[in-house]
Design a protein around this ligand. Structure first.
Ligand code: SF4
Ligand code: SF4
Length: 195
């Protein structure tokens, strides 16, 4: 039989930052099971560019350091390779938690750098307008906005791709783009309804 105390515990809204991260992540991410072993950070290909390793992020979540976590570039550098997750001894759903943190940072407008959100906005814009990504436009916008001095250095690689027919200079629209737009609109409506 369920006691009153158990009933209150299961129905109470999440209060700590960790509780809210867990509640916002699909399934059970097992975040509270982290034993701070550091295997995730040592496995992560993006680790050198992250301000905090996944292990540090999870310790900060546990310490209720919400602003610091949401301002960290770590979730934005996660490329969802799942390498950390397959090596984690506690089977913690690290990439899913990174997705949750990205969503929370967007809602709170608390990202330390605009680099990844700008890239995501450009990507979504191309998909909405053309039905597919447009690499030349994505790369040009990214370097002009954030690393203009590196643009010249990338020009040679771009020329090489052009000569091998691996790069298009103008975006092309897919057929029946209206169908895709209807799907995207429906997905946005569902997301708004559940958030
Ligand atoms: S590998 Fe798993 S248990 Fe170890 S620090 Fe990373 S998330 Fe925590
Ligand atoms: S899923 Fe993300 S955090 Fe995990 S190893 Fe890959 S890039 Fe790093």
């Amino acid at each position: 039989m369920t006691t009153l105390t158990e009933s209150v515990q299961t129905t109470a809204p999440p209060t700590t930052f960790q509780d809210r991260v867990v509640a916002a992540t699909p399934g059970d991410p097992r975040l509270e099971m982290c034993i701070q072993c550091g295997t995730c950070g040592g496995s992560c290909p993006s680790g050198p560019d992250m301000q905090h390793t996944p292990r540090q992020i999870f310790a900060m979540i546990r310490a209720d350091m919400e602003s610091e976590v949401l301002a960290s570039n770590t979730p934005w550098y996660c490329v969802s390779c799942y390498f950390c997750m397959v090596r984690c001894p506690q089977e913690i759903h690290i990439p899913d938690i990174m997705y949750t943190l990205k969503g929370m940072a967007i809602k709170a407008e608390m990202y330390g750098e605009r680099v990844a959100p700008d890239l995501a906005d450009s990507f979504v814009g191309y998909v909405e307008n053309y039905g597919r990504s447009f690499e030349f436009g994505l790369a040009t916008r990214h370097y002009l906005r954030h690393q203009p001095l590196k643009l010249l250095g990338k020009a040679q690689m771009g020329l090489g791709m052009l000569t091998k027919d691996r790069l298009e200079l103008t975006p092309t629209k897919i057929k029946q783009i209206e169908q895709l737009r209807a799907i995207l609109q429906r997905a946005k409506a569902i997301e708004e309804a559940v958030s």
